[in-house]
Design a protein around this ligand. Structure first.
Ligand code: ADP
Ligand code: MG
Length: 334
């Protein structure tokens, strides 16, 4: 994999949907990069386009949703140019695996863990005999720290807890020798301890196997605790991105700051996002000016008039805002 600098490179991606009320603009992402072995976070409110982004990468968009522009480079090849057969046979569940909130949807209810895991292992290791496949399957369940692999092997998905199912899915991804994991709010329904266990596992496996993870969540605290880099998604666009430290300590966009203000700190319990006045932009009638201008407390004429682009304020940190390119202004402004 050394030849390819990047695990995944999304460039100038535009995704739209045909609806009865017209064309909706779901995504407009200039650049999103995932390096090998790294965990990149995508954080955004419900409806910001997180799942559409995951589904676009997987080639699993609903029928009325389509890519109108852009590239998704994986190992130097544009996944958007690949046909369904290639995506099904070579990419999905092989090179790139997605885990989401309901692991039942990815597991076959009528087969045991042993059955499902064995078939993945067999495809990747056609020379192994039955015993060797069994041994390998146990090894995989061990790797994802399922406490009793032998017992888990004979279970049906519905007999496992949510956390165990996620671990089985991760074991399947590893068995398929996945290079990229897309976690779309995968741990959301789990209780905190189990959630942290799964996250720790993803981090460890990233290091061990150079597995890259796109970690998607609406929970900023979670994202910040897991990811090295964060992109903040607002109405299908990245309005700020940076290393986690940049975002936590030097957030520039008012929206990112409002997200951070919702985090629990010493003496203050976490809250939901503080109410910002104005409306979230309609995807059917996306503003041509700054998409945040309607809600922004430091809006100027320029913002009502023009659309800012995501601009670098340091090597690692970019923001899409006319006002927030220097921190003095930000501190007074917000
Ligand atoms: N099939 C579809 N047709 C039209 N609009 C859609 C479709 N699927 C999702 N959307 C819209 O796209 C936006 C992003 O949705 P989604 O990616 O599911 O958000 P998130 O995962 O961040 O909650 C939302 O406004 C949603 O209503
Ligand atoms: Mg979603």
């Amino acid at each position: 994999m050394g030849v390819y600098d990047r695990a995944l490179e999304i460039i100038d991606l535009e995704v739209k949907a045909k609806t009865v009320s017209g064309t909706a603009e779901l995504l407009n992402i200039k650049e999103l990069i995932l390096d090998w072995g790294e965990i990149v976070g995508i954080v955004g409110e419900s409806g910001s386009g997180k799942s559409i982004l995951a589904l676009t990468i997987m080639g699993l968009l609903p029928k009325n949703v389509f890519v109108t522009k852009g590239k998704i480079l994986y190992k130097g090849e544009d996944l958007l140019k690949k046909d369904e057969k290639f995506m099904r046979e070579k990419i999905r569940g092989n090179e790139i695996t997605m885990i989401f909130q309901d692991p039942m949807a990815s597991l076959n209810p009528v087969f045991t863990v042993k059955n499902q895991l064995s078939s993945v292992i067999k495809v990747k290791n056609p020379k192994l005999n039955k015993n060797e496949i069994y041994k390998k399957a146990i090894e995989m369940l061990d790797l994802v720290k399922l406490s009793d692999p032998e017992m888990t092997m004979n279970k049906y998905p519905h007999e496992l807890s949510g956390g165990m199912r996620q671990r089985v899915l991760i074991a399947m991804a590893l068995s398929a020798q996945a290079k990229i994991l897309i976690s779309d709010e995968a741990t959301r329904a789990l209780d905190v301890t189990i959630q942290l266990g799964i996250i720790k596992l993803i981090q460890e496996l990233g290091e061990k196997f150079n597995l890259s993870t796109l970690f998607i969540s609406s929970n900023m605290a979670l994202i910040a605790s897991v990811c090295k880099k964060i992109s903040v998604l607002y109405s299908g666009e990245v309005i700020e991105k940076g290393n986690t430290n940049d975002i936590l300590k030097e957030a520039r966009h008012v929206y990112t700051k409002s997200f951070l203000a919702s985090l629990p700190t010493a003496g203050k319990k976490g809250t939901v996002l503080p109410i910002l006045e104005g409306n979230y932009p309609s995807i059917l009638d996306k503003p041509k000016n700054c998409i945040f201008s309607d809600r922004c407390p430091i809006v100027t004429d320029e913002c009502r008039d023009k659309k800012p682009t995501l601009s670098a304020i340091s090597d690692s940190h970019s923001v899409s805002c006319f006002k927030n390119l220097d921190s003095d202004k930000t501190d007074k402004g917000a």
